[in-house]
Design a protein around this ligand. Structure first.
Ligand code: NAG
Ligand code: NAG
Ligand code: NAG
Ligand code: NAG
Ligand code: NAG
Ligand code: NAG
Ligand code: NAG
Ligand code: NAG
Ligand code: NAG
Ligand code: NAG
Ligand code: NAG
Ligand code: NAG
Length: 694
């Protein structure tokens, strides 16, 4: 076989393109279940590629096959760098060249590892003239298009996809990630981009934890509880009975913003699972209606107080019509165990209520609520996270509960720094790639790194899949949204592999080495968003360079540049006569950040990070500033005129209150505020500006 291939390469190399016959697909993320190469010429992506949608199924599904096809076309254009014809609904005559034909196979038989049927599977054939993707449902076709895009990226400049036939589908139904948006503000543009990005790795759920509060016991259980940071992100209309629930309307999503985000997620095959967390983690509700709290613990609600459950129901009534998912999460974690019967009764009542109001099912976090007389309904999916105080997954599974694995030993992350003995910044790859019998590492059926008796089998009928979680215990100013992306970026890809394939069932699963090799290239080309804030340098490493600026404010038309970058400039602020001018004047402003004249303060996401307060830019003389950022930190090298070559290095940091135990300092990474130079009241001069990558 190898010899035959070599001969063909030698033979073909006289021609224009070097076509390898009988080649296999490139490793991609997640891996494909099966592929059999064909001994014929590859498909080549050119501007002539025509996407056709089978007219029998054009409008099938929501999103429809046609809508998925149109999003696919945009992604393909983005990755290929050339325009292709608009999608058409037409049958595949077989006479056209360079066709990608998207269809459904309604008699196909794709199943999850537990044998349950799934619409997410697809079969495909690749030949010189056409690629056919036949999904079990439109969503299956959508995942097939992700496969094609990854192969296109992996082909580098040849744009050739080897001929052959393949079949693929997920091992598990639930393949999701959770973001704590309750303790940290994120706008819907950023969250929508996360959906789009996650979709490239065939992740199909985005669980948004949309209400919560900081946990600083001295404040929470002391007199200052009304001032402790809490968030509730769904914005009630002004005439709503729950209008007063939202502490900061500027940090909540309006109906139209939320709906637009939900549509983007759905269009990319990602279901948005909203969570409103009660009866614990509910300070935001107690701040609104103090009478509902359990005396002495403002973050927990008193379920036997007559108004409490009706109030929680009224919140859900307001927002259930917003949600298109078939399931929502009511949180229901970390509530007082001695109140187990009230807790269980509440959870079951909410299950019935939400079912009756909206037809939706509910999920809760696993919680230790011991009762001899009652139990949570098996209609409720339990998201296991804590061992053993919360729940023991095998006992839940054997007791007939559907379970989602969010076990913290593998699957919990925290923004910026771990608590003592706490969670890492990214999924621990050493841990997740090792341990299982076949060397394939963690998979959703694995619940503990230490006790094999707590694992279940990959085909457990009640194991729905897995969701990993990024918490924001240290609050709104611990991280920027882009730092959140840096924590998730690689983990989403690895998690895609583990939850799509995983558990050593398939011999095509990626090895860690294959994953490591494929990820950087695929991440760099992931379509539909630019969370890397990658910017092609004009020449060399230089994004832009201006010796002088003709006028302020000056628009560079570059929105934002992600780290690593170096931004150097000289600045001479005008007279300090109007000091409020100096305080508000921005030297640089971009999509993700701004740099102020005052204390060279960076801002991002409406949080402010000044350099040490002793630092101030002198007016009427030039100061040289070199800002350098990586994904881990940002610093400024500063040298003042008349101070020789003396350079001081200052670091941008944030202070985090670690559960009231101690204060921790963390470095901040900011994107370059690249777009506008010298804005909003800036007087003086900024010159010798160079923004370079690296
Ligand atoms: C649909 O899938 C079934 C089962 O894999 C297969 O036998 C059949 O040939 C497929 N039909 C088409 C039209 O591809
Ligand atoms: C579909 O799967 C079932 C159960 O695994 C099997 O009995 C049946 O033959 C399969 N059908 C096709 C068309 O592969
Ligand atoms: C909870 O509410 C009930 C009914 O109003 C009340 O009797 C009880 O004292 C409250 N418990 C706490 C701990 O607040
Ligand atoms: C449940 O029953 C056990 C054994 O009878 C008892 O020790 C325990 O206190 C009971 N728990 C509750 C919550 O009533
Ligand atoms: C589960 O839900 C169904 C209706 O959706 C209901 O009839 C049934 O009683 C529920 N089961 C439990 C155990 O709550
Ligand atoms: C990752 O897991 C390995 C293996 O369990 C462990 O030795 C290492 O300390 C972990 N790393 C982090 C950053 O938690
Ligand atoms: C259970 O999981 C652990 C940790 O990944 C692993 O060491 C062990 O081999 C697993 N056992 C089985 C039977 O899957
Ligand atoms: C200083 O600048 C601010 C902002 O531009 C302006 O509102 C204010 O009137 C100015 N004050 C004086 C004394 O010029
Ligand atoms: C929202 O308003 C509050 C109070 O004025 C402010 O502290 C916060 O920074 C604002 N948040 C955003 C995202 O603008
Ligand atoms: C900043 O200054 C330090 C100390 O002089 C130096 O090591 C570093 O290379 C400088 N960084 C840049 C981007 O110039
Ligand atoms: C972040 O917020 C905390 C209070 O929650 C505050 O103590 C700290 O100074 C803030 N950090 C910055 C950089 O503003
Ligand atoms: C089979 C089983 O459930 N084994 C153990 C799982 O972990 C808990 C807590 O560590 C044990 O109590 C179980 O016996």
């Amino acid at each position: 076989m190898l010899l035959a291939r070599l001969i063909k390469i030698a033979f073909c190399s006289a021609g224009l393109s070097l076509q390898v016959l009988g080649a296999t697909l490139q490793p991609q993320i997640p891996s494909i279940a099966t592929f059999t190469p064909a001994d014929s010429a590859p498909f080549v992506f050119t501007p002539a590629v025509q996407i056709l949608v089978d007219p029998r199924y054009t409008h099938e599904g929501s999103p429809s096959l046609l809508q998925f096809a149109q999003t696919f076309r945009e992604d393909l254009v983005g990755i290929a760098g050339f325009v292709i014809p608009a999608v058409r609904s037409a049958s595949n005559s077989g006479s056209e060249r360079s066709v990608i034909f998207l269809t459904l196979n309604t008699t196909t038989n794709h199943t999850l590892y537990n044998g349950k049927p799934t619409g997410e599977g697809y079969d495909f054939t690749i030949s010189q003239n056409e690629i056919v993707i036949a999904g079990a449902a439109p969503i299956g076709v959508w995942w097939g298009t992700r496969t094609l895009l990854q192969q296109l990226v992996a082909s580098h400049t040849s744009a050739e996809i080897p001929a052959g036939t393949g079949s693929d589908g997920p091992g598990w139904e639930v393949r999701g990630f959770m973001l704590d948006a309750g303790r940290h503000w994120f706008d819907t543009a950023f969250l929508s981009d996360l959906c789009t990005y996650a979709s490239f790795w065939k992740i199909n759920e985005f669980h948004i934890h949309a209400s919560d509060n900081l946990w600083i016991p001295q404040i929470l259980y002391g007199t200052g509880w009304r001032t402790l940071y809490s968030g509730f992100r769904f914005q009630p209309p002004t005439n709503s009975p729950v209008y007063g629930l939202v502490p900061y309307r500027n940090e909540s999503w309006s109906y139209s913003e939320f709906t637009a985000m939900q549509e983007i997620c759905t269009a990319h095959g990602v279901t948005l699972i909203p969570e409103i967390d009660t009866p614990g983690h509910s300070l935001v509700i107690s701040q609104w209606k103090p009478q509902l709290m359990l005396n002495g613990t403002p973050d927990s609600l008193n379920l036997t107080y007559p108004e409490t459950i009706p109030t929680i129901k009224s919140i859900w009534s307001q927002f259930l019509p917003w949600f298109t998912s078939a399931e929502v999460s009511i949180g229901a974690d970390e509530y007082e165990a001695s109140l187990a019967d009230a807790y269980i009764s509440f959870v079951n009542e909410m299950s019935d209520f939400i079912q009756e109001e909206s037809g939706k099912s509910i999920r809760i976090w696993g919680t230790y609520e011991p009762s001899n007389t009652s139990s949570v309904s098996t209609n409720i999916t339990i998201q296991h996270w804590d061992f053993p105080a919360g729940d023991i997954p095998l006992q839940l599974l054997n007791g007939g509960y559907d379970v989602i694995n969010s076990e913290q030993a593998f699957l919990y992350l925290d923004g910026k720094i771990p608590a003592e003995g706490g969670f890492p910044q990214e999924l621990n790859e050493t841990l997740l790639w090792s341990g299982a019998p076949g060397g394939q590492g963690w998979a959703p059926n694995i619940f503990t790194p230490t006790d094999p008796s707590n694992n279940t089998s990959a085909d457990d009928p009640h194991l729905r899949g897995s969701i990993f979680a990024l918490w924001n215990d240290w609050g709104p100013n611990a991280t920027t949204p882009l730092e959140t992306y840096y924590q998730l970026a690689r983990s989403l890809a690895m998690f895609g592999e583990k939850t799509w394939a995983g558990s050593g069932v398939r011999d095509t699963e990626l090895t860690q080495t294959q994953f490591d090799a494929a990820y950087p290239m695929l991440n760099a080309k992931a379509p539909g968003q630019n969370l890397n804030r990658a910017e092609e340098p004009e020449y060399g490493d230089i994004v832009y360079s201006y010796a002088q600026i003709p006028w302020f404010p000056f628009d560079t038309h570059i929105e934002s540049v992600g780290p690593p970058y170096t931004l150097s400039f000289k600045v001479r602020p005008g007279s300090l006569a109007n000091s409020s001018n100096i305080a508000s004047a921005r030297l640089f402003q971009g999509k993700d950040s701004a740099l102020y004249a005052s204390s060279l303060t960076f801002s991002s996401n409406a949080e402010y990070y000044p350099l040490p307060p002793t630092f101030a830019l002198p007016a009427d003389s030039y100061t040289s500033v070199v800002v350098h950022a990586t994904r881990e930190y940002t610093y400024a090298n500063i040298s003042m005129e008349g101070n020789g070559e003396e350079t001081e290095t200052y670091w941008y940091t944030t202070t985090m209150n670690i559960w009231g135990d101690y204060l921790a300092t963390g470095n901040m990474s900011f994107a370059a505020p690249a777009k506008v130079i010298g804005c909003e009241g800036f007087t003086g001069d900024i010159r010798d500006i160079v923004l370079s990558v690296g």
